[in-house]
Design a binder for this molecule. Structure first.
Ligand code: ATP
Length: 308
């Protein structure tokens, strides 16, 4: 759905993006992360045809964004990191304006109602945008970004300034937009939150793509667990591997990492079995590396390679 190749962008005296390439499949949600000044906003703006890059190509839904930005805009919804709403207009008028700006003429009324319903704004249609709370304003801005039915939605730090409840609602909303067929690219500094909905992670650093990876969906009953031993036990890996539900055991010092299929009861039975076999178990815990860990590990690897 999105294909970027060798994208470079310069501001006067600064290379904001350097030969960035990646492809995003349809109906994925990609978390775009990286330190301040990494180039996230620049990448998003270029993807939306709002910056003309120095070099490279950008394709969205088969359209060359650089050659045909207007056509590309029909397929893309964009929420900027700093956005404004027309405070004096009602929510319905804001949506009408956004629709008209995107060339939507027909079925306007139905579209406004549908979009407002999708964003939980149905009861706010007559309220002035300037009187909405931060969270509702954010919802209105997203509604404005999707009123024309884009296939791709690009959100630059959509959760900034939202309270925990509104963030949770935003995560649910993004998942439902994905389920409705959209492909999303979302930047945020709040990694724990991206983890709630991201299917992929893209790390930018100093204008370069540091990492692009799929985030393994947490299968319902399969977890990566770690057994911590209080002392060395030469037969521990063998004993563990022989237990029901256990696969892919790897041992590092006193830690055994493995995949486990089973519910909490099965986990309790496993722990009992290990203790019964005489293993000095000090702990059993989940070990799925979270997004924050992956991010920090990636930046650390860079630090190490720079130092060497
Ligand atoms: P943040 O997480 O702080 O929002 P970011 O990853 O979105 O940062 P960008 O805003 O894309 O980063 O900026 C990338 C680099 O380009 C930075 O060094 C920034 O100072 C520079 N930059 C961004 N916009 C401009 C501009 N209009 N003119 C000159 N330099 C710019």
């Amino acid at each position: 759905m999105i294909s970027i190749a060798n994208l470079s962008h310069d501001y006067p005296g600064i290379r904001a993006l350097a030969e960035v390439s990646f492809t995003l499949e349809a109906q994925t949600i990609t978390a775009l992360v990286g330190p301040n000044g990494a180039g996230k906003t620049t990448l998003m703006r270029a993807l939306c045809g709002l910056e003309r890059p120095l070099a490279g190509s950008i394709e969205v839904d088969g359209i060359d964004v650089i050659e045909e930005p207007r056509r590309a805009h029909e397929r893309i919804g964009y929420l900027a990191d700093f956005f404004g709403v027309y405070e004096a207009l009602s929510v319905a008028q804001c949506l009408e304006y956004a629709a008209a700006a995107n060339g939507i003429r027909q079925g306007l009324h139905a579209r406004i109602n549908e979009t407002a319903a999708a964003l939980g704004l149905s009861t706010r249609l007559t309220q002035a945008a300037g009187t909405l709370s931060r969270g509702l304003r954010q919802r209105l801005a997203i509604a404005q970004a999707i009123i024309h039915g884009p296939r791709v939605l690009v959100l630059d730090e959509p959760a900034a300034g939202l309270d925990p409840e509104a963030r949770h609602a935003l995560a649910a909303l993004l998942r439902s937009l994905q389920a409705s067929g959209m492909t999303l690219l979302v930047s945020s500094h709040i990694l724990a939150e991206l983890e709630q909905y991201a299917t992929h992670m893209l790390i930018l650093e100093a204008g370069r793509l540091r990492e692009f990876r799929a985030l393994a969906p947490a299968a319902r009953d399969t977890h990566t667990l770690v057994v911590e031993l209080a002392a060395g036990a030469p037969t521990a890996a063998l004993i563990l591997a022989a237990q029901p539900g256990v696969a892919q055991v790897t041992q590092r010092d006193h830690r055994l990492l493995f995949e486990f299929t089973g519910d909490a009861r099965a986990q309790a039975a496993l722990l009992h079995a290990l203790v019964t076999h005489g293993l000095p178990v000090a702990g059993l815990a989940h070990a799925r590396p979270d997004l924050q860990q992956l991010y920090l590990d990636t930046l650390k690897t860079r630090g190490a390679s720079h130092e060497s």
